[in-house]
Design a protein. Structure first.
Length: 334
């Protein structure tokens, strides 16, 4: 893999003249999440080529054609779609969104068995055609699926990771911003642990501007973030996906944007801190489980995990989350 993935980088060609080094993203699964992620990636100008792969030939070709018709109104790129896995060849980033669809009332863990079975089939040929790509697992339940995918693929825990709680953290920041009346871009807070029911907000390290969140007294008639308010926000973060699925059948816009942001961090080697799900080894005493903690994401994938200071309750919550995922992994023979 090259150190820099910027789509406008110039390299010397075989004759000594300039040759454009382009970036390619392959998205596996052309359903609601995959097609929306392709759209977000194109709109952000993140990659020069976006390849969609799906076993449904008519669906994937139609999605690529529909996206291609709008290229005039986006940064220049090529969109290709196919039911032939070779469409993913030589990708810089492979994003896996394919999986069993979550039904109303169904937990993410309930999805695991069918999704892991699918991953066993699709991942080996993907690695064969794109061995040097950074792999981002998005399909749910993302932590268990990422753990299984690492074992199935044999890829390193740097080269493969999950989207984790990047979206959950965005939901958290949105709700904090709504309560406090400040711009969401000025809220700095993370969700850690499982992308699911045992996830936890890291309140003790969160801030609004430069003010520690736990010391926020409120402005413009809006009150502080009391323990009751924080509990309500944390509950809403966990339940929001279920509400959206119940109302419209799938979550796709926010997860598409979150995924495109991860893609960009890799392709542009941004060294951006994102709460992705990766294999932890002695992180606050937690090992051999894929969980989300703030980590540095760049061209080589996921790098150092930041040992964020945690309160005793937060540390206990992280360990409970790890135990829940270990139990799920044992249930599926991982």
């Amino acid at each position: 893999m090259t150190e820099s993935r910027d789509s406008d980088e110039v390299a010397l060609g075989p004759t000594g003249g300039p040759s454009w080094r382009t970036s390619k993203v392959a998205i596996v699964g052309a359903g609601a999440v995959g097609s929306t992620m392709a759209y977000a990636t194109l709109m952000r100008g993140s990659a020069r080529t976006v390849a969609l792969y799906d076993i449904n030939k008519a669906k994937v070709e139609a999605e690529a054609l529909d996206l291609g018709h709008g290229i005039q109104f986006m940064p220049m790129a090529e969109v290709i779609g196919s039911d032939d896995i070779s469409v993913c060849a030589d990708a810089d980033v492979v994003v896996v969104t394919a999986g069993a669809k979550q039904k109303p009332g169904q937990t993410r863990i309930d999805l695991a068995e069918a999704t892991i079975s699918l991953i066993r089939k699709v991942l080996p040929p993907l690695v064969e055609v794109a061995p040097n790509a950074v792999y981002v697992m998005v399909t749910n339940p993302v932590d268990i699926v990422t753990y299984a995918a690492l074992k199935i693929s044999g890829l390193s825990s740097t080269q493969m990771f999950g989207s984790g709680t990047v979206l959950d953290s965005s939901r958290l920041r949105y709700l904090i911003a709504q309560h406090t009346g400040v711009a969401v871009q000025n809220v700095h807070a993370y969700i850690a642990g499982e992308h699911g029911d045992t996830e936890l907000p890291l309140w003790s390290s969160a801030s609004i501007g430069s003010v520690p969140l736990l010391e926020w007294n409120g402005i413009a008639g809006r009150g502080p973030l009391t323990s009751e308010v924080r509990e309500r926000i944390a509950r809403e973060v966990v339940e929001s996906a279920y509400r959206i699925i119940e109302g419209k059948g799938a979550t796709n816009y926010a997860v598409g944007l979150a995924g495109s942001r991860i893609i960009e961090a890799v392709l542009k080697d941004e060294k951006r801190i994102l709460p992705v799900s990766s294999l932890l080894q002695d992180y606050h005493g937690v090992s051999d489980v894929c969980l989300s903690v703030p980590a540095i994401v760049g061209a080589r994938g996921v790098g150092d995990r930041l040992e964020v200071p945690m309160s005793a309750d937060e540390l206990a919550g992280l360990r409970r989350s790890a135990e829940a995922l270990r139990a799920a992994a044992r249930r599926f023979g991982l």
